[in-house]
Design a protein around this ligand. Structure first.
Ligand code: SF4
Length: 150
C-alpha cells in the first residue's frame, strides 16, 4: 500500500487519547482549503507492504492507539480492509478518518473500529471547538464500545 507518513505517539486531536496517526497516500475528494495536499497524488508517498507496516506499528506505537487518516484511506480500500483486519487482530484501538459518508465505508470493517470520522472538510464550516473534526459538518463517533483493545 502507499502511505504518506506516520506521526508516532503525539497526537491529541485525532481521537481520544494520545494517538499515532497513519497518513495514507491518495485523495480524490480535493476539499477546498485542504491542509494536506501532499497526500493527494497516489503515485507519491512510499510503498510499504501491509505486513511490514503492521510490524512497524506493533514495535513503535506505545499504547496501541492508531488513527488512519490521509489523504483519503478509502482510495486504497482493499488494502485498508486487510490492514484494519490485522491491526484489530493485534488489539489496536483504531480510528478511521474518511472524507466519505458512513454508508460508503465497507461494512466489514466497522465492527473492528473504535472510532469513525466521516464527511469531507468544508472550509466555510471550519471549527476549532468541535472535538476531533475540522469542520462542523463532519461526524466523529464511537462505533465500538468494546474495551478489549484497551
Ligand atoms: S479528504 Fe482530507 S486529504 Fe482529502 S482533500 Fe479533504 S481534507 Fe484533504
Amino acid at each position: 500500500m502507499r502511505i504518506n507518513s506516520i506521526k508516532y505517539n503525539n497526537s491529541h486531536v485525532d481521537g481520544p487519547g494520545i494517538r499515532t496517526v497513519l497518513f495514507m497516500q491518495g485523495c480524490n475528494i480535493h476539499c477546498k482549503g485542504c491542509q494536506n495536499k501532499s497526500t493527494w497524488d497516489i503515485n507519491k508517498g512510499k510503498e510499504i507492504s501491509i505486513n511490514d507496516l503492521v510490524n512497524e506499528l506493533k514495535q513503535k506505537v506505545f499504547n496501541k492507539k492508531i488513527t488512519i487518516s490521509g489523504g483519503e484511506p478509502l482510495v486504497q480500500k482493499d488494502e485498508l480492509v486487510i490492514l484494519i483486519d490485522k491491526l484489530a487482530e493485534e488489539g489496536f484501538d483504531i480510528a478511521l478518518y474518511t472524507g466519505h459518508q458512513r454508508d460508503e465505508v465497507p461494512t466489514e470493517i466497522i465492527p473492528k473500529l473504535k472510532y469513525l470520522k466521516t464527511g469531507n472538510f468544508i472550509q466555510e464550516l471550519k471549527t476549532t471547538i468541535k472535538p476531533f473534526v475540522g469542520s462542523e459538518n463532519q461526524i466523529f463517533e464511537e462505533v465500538s464500545k468494546d474495551e478489549t483493545t484497551k
